[in-house]
Design a protein around this ligand. Structure first.
Ligand SMILES: Cc1cc2nc3c(=O)[nH]c(=O)nc-3n(C[C@H](O)[C@H](O)[C@H](O)COP(=O)(O)O)c2cc1C
Length: 179
């Protein structure tokens, strides 16, 4: 494992600081090379016991994108692709702890994906408001593969909106809650 060169830290931190959800997209497709970069970043995420009890479907075929969207009230715009990020319970079957925390592992992979998309100039939004069963059926997912997030992705249309954050003073405690 090589350390990230110090010079790239500023750029990386800027990507973390400036990401926001993007809910509206132009019709432009996402390039294959960009999809590869998104996947590489996503799969680099940490996971409990390194079990990687996850599975992902990159939905690009128009009819399927429309189908997933139809069962996802949380998707607002018309994305070029939708990532369906799932827990793969088959990989967690023999370990109750991994099973318990598997959705957190998927969330970490999705966050990597969102940050990579932002770094590439793409826009995305993590969406939990969707109907799991119809999406499972539509995409032929095995019964033990549970979708956790659907993530619409595309080239951003319009201006990016940044949302409010609670202050560090309010939410970060040092050493103890009351110190
Ligand atoms: C677990 C989770 C579920 C979310 N579900 C939806 C959703 O269904 N639809 C949607 O438009 N945004 C969804 N979001 C995005 C949030 O609304 C968004 O992250 C939040 O408003 C802060 O905006 P920002 O990410 O641009 O800073 C979800 C985010 C998280 C973490």
């Amino acid at each position: 494992v090589t350390a990230v060169p110090h010079e790239s830290a500023t750029g990386a931190l800027e990507v973390l600081r400036t990401r926001s959800v993007v809910r509206h997209y132009t019709g432009e497709p996402v390039e294959e090379s960009q999809i590869q970069q998104l996947v590489t970043a996503m799969l680099a995420a940490p996971s409990a016991s390194n079990k990687q009890a996850w599975a992902f479907v990159m939905v690009r075929r128009r009819a399927l994108v429309r189908g997933v969207r139809a069962f996802s009230p949380g998707i607002i715009g018309d994305p070029a692709l939708i990532l369906v990020a799932c827990v793969d319970n088959r990989r967690a079957a023999d370990d109750p702890h991994v099973r318990e925390v598997a959705t957190r592992c998927v969330a970490m992979a999705v966050q990597n994906f969102l940050l990579a998309a932002h770094a590439l100039g793409l826009g995305a939004c993590p969406v939990s408001s969707f109907l799991s069963e119809p999406v499972q059926l539509l995409l032929d997912l095995p019964p033990q593969v549970d979708p956790v997030f659907v993530v619409p992705v595309g080239h951003p249309a319009g201006r990016r909106q940044s949302s409010q954050r609670r202050s560090a003073e309010e939410v970060v405690h040092h050493d103890t809650w009351t110190a």
